[in-house]
Design a protein around this ligand. Sequence first.
Ligand code: WT7
Length: 667
Amino acid sequence: MKSETKTEAINVFLEETRNFSPPESFRKSAWVRDEKVYETARRNPEAFWASFAEELVWIRKWDRVLEWNPPDAKWFVGGKLNISVNCVDRWAKSELRNKAAIIWEGEPGEERTLTYWDLYREVNKFANALKKLGLKKGDRVTVYLPMIPEAAIAMLACARIGAVHSVVFGGFSAESLRDRINDAQARVLITADGGYRRGKIITLKREADEALKGTPSIQHVVIVKRGEFPLEIKEGRDHWWHRLIEGAESYCEPEAMDSEDMLYTLYTSGTTGKPKGIIHTTGGYLTGVYATTKWVFDLRPHDVYWCTADVGWVTGHSYIVYGPLANGATVFMYEGAPDWPEKDRFWQLIEKYGITIFYTAPTAIRAFMKWGTEWPARRNLSSLRLLGSVGEPINPEAWIWYHQNIGRGNCPVVDTWWQTETGMILITPLPGVTTLKPGSATKPFPGIEACVMNEKGQRVEVGGGYLAITKPWPAMLRGIYGDPERYQKQYWSKWPNIYFPSDGAKLDENGYFWLLGRVDDVLNVAGHRIGTMEVESALVDHPTVAEAAVVGKPHEIKGETLVAFVTLKDVGAPFGGARPSQVQGQAQGLPLQKLAQELKDHVAKKIGSIARPEDIIFSADLPKTRSGKIMRRLLKNIAEGKVLGDTTTLADSEVVNRLKQQYEEEG
Ligand code: WT7
């Protein structure tokens, strides 16, 4: 009893000392200084969102703010606008004309600065070049580029002519690229000869050529010349970017887009083997990312803002390109890795460019922690005034390390929860008003209604359950490309008219949200979303594999890594029902260790190296229920080294015990 009271007291103490109020110096000049905004937005959310939309440039004003026929929302109905005008023309024709829009550094060290005027000129010329290739409003364009300014230019040029872009992360394989091109039926692919990562070259065009062997919809390929990379040009189909814009007109009339016209699709993993093309539209999306960029990052004219995400993910769309540029911000963009040539590359860049706002992922922060404080300590980071985190739950230790060693104790840390589907940040502190608790994304952004619910759809006041978003929001997804049924089923069928993000969450006594990670078969590896089914399909595609089950296992830096349990075809003879580890044997002529390596490479080749399994466990059998369903929960427990739990529904409980023993033996 006594010791329990003591622990409680310690916990209370920790709880209190771990609350961080906004520093006075920050609060004084923040966009939002008064908590009243929450109440104002709650009372009239439509008026609240409309007030942000009023700050944008519209060709025709909307008639109604919201039309909500669950699960279909329309925002700013009847409004017409062009996003590239809001992100570029607006500033290029103002006193910000000569302000840096994008400051870029390549991994080898090249520097480029595009003012708003430069960006305006580039976007217009490239938009005209796309038109010359026959692209029209509504056509799809796939973008497969490294982190270079042309990625933003390409997206904005598409937006200008009303073409729908689909950016594919440059780390995805040829096959993943092909599937995404085909699903979107893209007419044009924009890529580069290559890029740099950790001192190595990445031959993007070669990867693209491989994909292009099976993409009948593609008529033209535009190639950015990034360096001297080996490549082949297919006459008639392939065009150099710099040649195309040489003769292009310097003004392209922006297309008047309906508020609900499609802006882009972005593929993300789900619980089936097939990635979903998430649809985002124009007016509501821009309003949502504009508002959250302004308030969450507290953007000021003098800021130099750096979000370390890749444009291939939604973070790059909303918080490198659209949100910051719609705010007239100066965006810093970097091509390479944080540890090349040395582990202080990011800190060196912050010092060099005087970065004021830095937005990164917990997985990166944990890597920085591991590398040690000496790396940031040797650089001057005093320009920083705000830090952000996104992509996965941030553990309190990492939060505090980030706050102390990068923010030197005086930068608010905004932990922002959102998803590809939400388009914009939904749960986040407002840095000028919110008292921060390390590890908590704190509260829904003003105008956002979220709660924690149990299975039955009852609200949990204090405690754990599922995160639920109970009202529509402007940047919400409008569907899954080509699959309206899946849209309804995936997001709107758990509870009536309530959005289900598939995340677990806990609410504390102060109404703070603590995000607990995914509750479906989607893993979060180093901040990347990976569907277990996709990896399983890739494994089963290998000629030796009969069956595969993939689960996550905690990892110090990546948060989670993939463990694959695999049964091989024809294992009868070499294993004879015994444990493969005891057999030291051969599988179809290959030593098992070599086969494991080959399977890992196979997955990397099929999907991309982000999906490469960390461990492969061969087994003569997988644990299944009597109805034949693989029991992933059990496998997860084995991978995590936990006790096994209930195995009574198992068809053959021996399988599990055997696997567990084998896993422990193999370490
Ligand atoms: C999933 C969405 C949002 C852009 C990057 C990822 C997890 C994201 C947080 C956070 C806890 C987070 C969730 C979510 N997640 N941010 N701050 N705290 N979890 O986008 O690939 O669509 O992944 O990432 O599990 O569902 P995404």
